[in-house]
Design a protein around this ligand. Sequence first.
Ligand SMILES: [Zn+2]
Length: 201
Amino acid sequence: MTGELAEAHSLVEANLFVVVTPCPACGRGPLSAAGPPAAPTSITPANLTLEARCAKCSSTKTFVFALPGRTGSRAIVRPTAINSEDSPSRIIDVAQWLTLAKMIGDAAAAETDRIQARHLLIDVGQCLNEALKFYDDEDNDLPPPGALFHDASRRRFRDHPEEFSRRRLLDARSRLPVATESEGAAAGCWGIARWFTEMTP
Ligand SMILES: [Zn+2]
């Protein structure tokens, strides 16, 4: 990647970006962060570096993210939310949030530990919230063109616009659990953090 660095709001968001990025060597992917997901290769006040490995061809790729200056590194590494700001992600587009919601929802369905399944479903809700941040006009049920960053996302939108219906996303979100007060905001990202650990090669 040349030019401006991609900006991540948290380590979790950076890890999720790696998961939805196809492997540049074989095109099949998926990539996953090599090593414990809570421990980036390097973190400075300005940058976060992640080493990723392809599950198919084992080639590695290094990702460097810029960190928004206003967030402390503890909030980056152990966030209570993927992105605690109202503005949408700069690195994961609306279609990729839908992909992540499906992947994490499938992991929740296959999970035998009831508490982990609940945490995963809470995090599916977080992914839908991230997707919904892209919708700018109350009257428009579909996201604006700027919400799609990649050709593959634009193709998916063209072929299956119904998947992007705001009403559909709100309806899906309303059926998901949200963290209770006693679980606290800390429940946010627990499910995803363990999910990363399980996929680490
Ligand atoms: Zn590969």
